[in-house]
Design a protein around this ligand. Structure first.
Ligand code: LMR
Length: 397
């Protein structure tokens, strides 16, 4: 008997794909889930990934054996160097416990479980944050609290309020920060603001936990986008980082990610790693191989790494062109200010559209974005930008 189950709501982000698929309007536009599209509106495989696929397929050592619980050690090493830097002191000192994860979501869940096991009762996230952060951490048994981050009134960071909130968080609490290209707002702290955040968190003895899902989409230079993480490490934080390789490498369906925690010394790192493995084994045993091997083939090769950085920058640059075109089209003949669209970075435009306007966009124009007004700029193209701007003007007039 399964009658005790109520009908659940569709997922606020991924659920949009289902409604989109059922829509028979030939002009329909999917700007919901953050997934990069070419200017023809098609999924895009990076040429360096194609190249790595060829290389890996030609190896007769390729097999389908299990990976270890912590994943592919070569991938983990390269992934951590990608975040912390090849010359990172904490990596050289063996102070970092790291595992391969099922992309960002999987790494976040492992972290949530680990925190709970370690006696943590709560975690702080920015307001707003990626919708899935909240159920991931709640399902791991943590209470999710928010610090102020973004002021919807002026479409800007509310930095002073953020700092004030951080100062009031009890010591030893874990605070989630978006390493770059904040999702959903597209607004990051400046370098000086990051410095201040680092200092406030150090003074307050807080534990920074970086979610790094868009490395390459902020400055257009993937290694450089890790600058906040690296600055915090320099400042002596024993922080944690979860990385997703879905967006920057375009490996969405391969579920490639890493979770790492900086500890005091090598022996502590080994203990933390053992607990990570004990968390993972009963959850999903060990991670999949294919995508992680593509990433390590690329990051293990100088030329392919250079190609990757260029190709990721090209994606970021197409998105920026679309920001300019969308803003220009929206401002033509209108009096609403759309400046924030070009001020924001990363994959999303946090448009400021109300949920009523979003519903009208969906119902009257078959344009699918999330209810908070977040538009995935990665789905905007030269072919649909005018259709989108005309529709937005229509629902906001
Ligand atoms: C998004 O925010 O659209 C992406 O991170 C995809 C997802 O899983 O929600």
């Amino acid at each position: 008997n399964w009658s005790q189950y109520e009908m659940g709501p569709p997922d606020p982000i991924v659920g949009l794909n289902e409604s989109f698929a059922l829509d028979d309007n030939p002009n329909k536009v999917n700007v919901g889930v953050g997934a990069y599209r070419s200017d023809d509106g098609l999924p895009y495989v990076l040429p360096c990934v194609r190249e790595a696929e060829k290389i890996n397929m030609s190896k007769d050592t390729l097999n389908h054996e299990y990976l270890g619980i912590a994943g592919d050690p070569n991938f983990v090493k390269l992934a951590l160097e990608f975040a912390y830097g090849e010359d990172s002191g904490v990596l050289k000192e063996g102070r970092v416990a790291g595992v391969q994860t099922l992309s960002g979501t999987g790494g976040l869940r492992v972290m949530g479980e680990l925190l709970k096991k370690g006696g943590h009762k709560e975690i702080y996230v920015p307001n707003p944050t990626w919708g899935n952060h909240i159920p991931i951490m709640k399902n791991a048994g943590l209470e999710v609290k928010k610090y102020r981050y973004y002021n919807a009134e002026n479409s800007d960071l509310e930095f002073d309020n953020m700092v004030q909130d951080l100062k009031n968080i009890p010591e030893k609490t874990v605070v989630l920060l978006h390493a770059c290209a904040h999702n959903p707002t597209g607004m990051d702290p400046t370098a000086e603001q990051w410095q201040e955040i680092s200092k406030v968190m150090k003074d307050g003895n807080l534990i920074p936990f970086f979610d790094c899902a868009y490395q390459g989409f902020a400055s257009g230079n993937a290694p450089k986008d890790a600058f906040a993480i690296r600055m915090f490490v320099e400042d002596g934080h024993n922080l944690a980082t979860v990385q997703s390789f879905s967006k920057n490498f375009g490996l969405y369906g391969q579920r490639v990610g890493a979770l790492s925690i900086i500890t005091n010394d090598e022996s502590e790192a080994k203990k933390v790693l053992s607990q990570m493995k004990m968390t993972i084994r009963p959850m999903y045993s060990n991670p999949p191989k294919h995508g992680a091997q593509l990433v390590s083939t690329i990051l293990g090769d100088k030329q392919l790494t250079t190609d990757f950085i260029d190709q990721c920058a090209d994606m970021a640059s197409r998105i920026n062109d679309m920001r300019i075109q969308l803003r220009t089209a929206l401002e033509e003949g209108g009096d609403r200010n759309w400046e924030h669209i070009t001020k924001q970075i990363g994959m999303f435009a946090y448009s400021g559209l109300s949920s009523e306007e979003v519903v009208k966009l969906r119902e009257n124009h078959s344009i699918y974005c999330t209810l908070d007004g977040r538009i995935s700029m990665a789905g905007v193209t030269t072919k649909n930008v005018n259709y989108i701007s005309d529709a937005i003007k229509e629902v906001t007039k």
